[in-house]
Ligand binder design. Structure first.
Ligand code: PMP
Length: 360
């Protein structure tokens, strides 16, 4: 079998052992005579999967009892709307920090719901950095402050979170579970699963319970966080297979030594690639400023479009997949989520060094 060095931005690499286990269990899940996809979502077997996923996430992220964990559909993109629909009252203002395309999209949806304010932005510099927490200017009557903890496209990441007298909401789609965080710094965290948590199809929302009390009464049932909180995310049919895969990925994280161990490895993985960039005398040029570099998405450009094309073509021949950058940044992007092994990052760094020699 020939497994690729998978640097896809999402959906992205899953742990090999998780895929193997899913394969083993596919035809006959725990002696039920059927796959997990064919079980009723009201069965005791599925219920155990569902609650195990929830419990493991709680344990791995150290989520206090004052928070609820929801498994929703609609991707992180639906959260761009659900957050303001549930939490932005008429007399309040939704505050947003713009650090990339996903923050812009979150703001765009909030504007359709209520009043908004841009509390800080690095748009003028094509999102090469994360604004300092000291430069955040909150509006009056702020309902919340929304940030994107890791900017998948631009390759920047918050390394210090704002600590302001306002409810902090974070889109953690591309770095949830990649590093230790203190959940209590946040009022609400959301993340599409397809980077660090599992396959696409399920979106995790971690919400502080008191927020549920400020939700307006007239929301469509499915868009109201209370619906999913009171029904343990079983109001309607949940994405059972995606949640099953999530539970396997969470078990894998636990086996690896938990988030602390994963974080350590993620730093090593990112460092080996950033070192190849920094040692290249400017041949590889990083998009992100040093203090804002992402440990999940390493973005860089090469001296010309022609050389970039050649780099990508040769990389492909060597089995490196998913390295083309997003069109708004150009160049290359290596997405090195939790399931991407250190060896893949080391092999990429080695290839980068060899490729550069052709132009020396
Ligand atoms: N936020 C971030 C930071 C993302 O990286 C993405 C997807 N790449 C999204 C939101 C959108 O997620 P989804 O496709 O699950 O709606």
């Amino acid at each position: 079998m020939n497994r690729a060095y998978n640097f896809n931005a999402g959906p992205s690499a899953l742990p090999f052992s998780v895929l193997e286990r899913a394969q083993q269990e596919l035809l006959d899940f725990q002696h039920t005579g059927m796959s997990v996809m064919e079980l009723s979502h009201r069965s005791k077997e599925y219920d155990a999967v569902h609650n195990n996923a929830k419990q493991l996430l709680k344990e791995l992220m150290n989520i206090p009892d004052t928070y609820d964990i929801l498994f929703l559909q609609g991707g992180a993109s639906l959260q761009f709307s659900m957050v303001p629909m549930n939490l932005l009252a008429n007399d309040q203002i939704g505050n947003y920090v713009l650090t990339g395309a996903w923050s812009e999209k979150a703001l765009k949806e909030a504007k359709k719901v209520g009043k908004t304010h841009v509390a800080a932005s690095s748009k003028e510099a094509n999102y090469t950095y994360i604004p300092s927490v000291h430069d955040i200017q909150l509006s009056e009557h702020a309902a919340y402050l929304h940030i994107t903890s890791n900017n998948t496209i631009f390759g920047t990441q918050w390394h210090e979170f704002p600590n302001l007298p306002v409810d902090l909401i974070a889109d953690m789609s591309s770095d949830i579970l990649s590093r230790e965080i203190n959940v209590e710094q946040f009022a609400l965290i959301y993340a599409g699963a397809q980077k660090n948590l599992g396959p696409s199809g399920v979106t995790v929302v971690i919400i502080r319970n008191d927020l549920l009390e400020r939700i307006p009464e007239n929301l469509p049932t499915m868009l109201d966080y209370r619906t999913h909180s009171t029904s343990n995310s079983l109001y309607n049919t949940p994405p059972t297979f995606a949640i099953y895969m999530l539970s396997l990925v969470l078990e894998w994280v636990k086996e690896q030594g938990g988030v602390k161990a994963i974080e350590k490895r993620n730093i090593e993985k990112a460092s080996v690639i950033y070192d190849a960039i920094d040692e290249s005398d400017g041949f590889y040029s990083p998009h992100a400023e040093k203090g804002s570099r992402s440990f999940m998405n390493v973005t860089f450009t090469l001296p010309s479009d022609e050389i970039t094309k050649k780099f990508l073509a040769e990389a492909k021949e060597r089995g490196f997949v998913g390295l083309a950058g997003h069109r708004s940044v150009g160049g290359c992007r290596a997405s090195i989520y939790n399931a991407v092994p250190y060896e893949a990052c080391e092999a990429l760094a080695q290839f980068m060094k060899e490729f550069r020699k052709q132009f020396a």
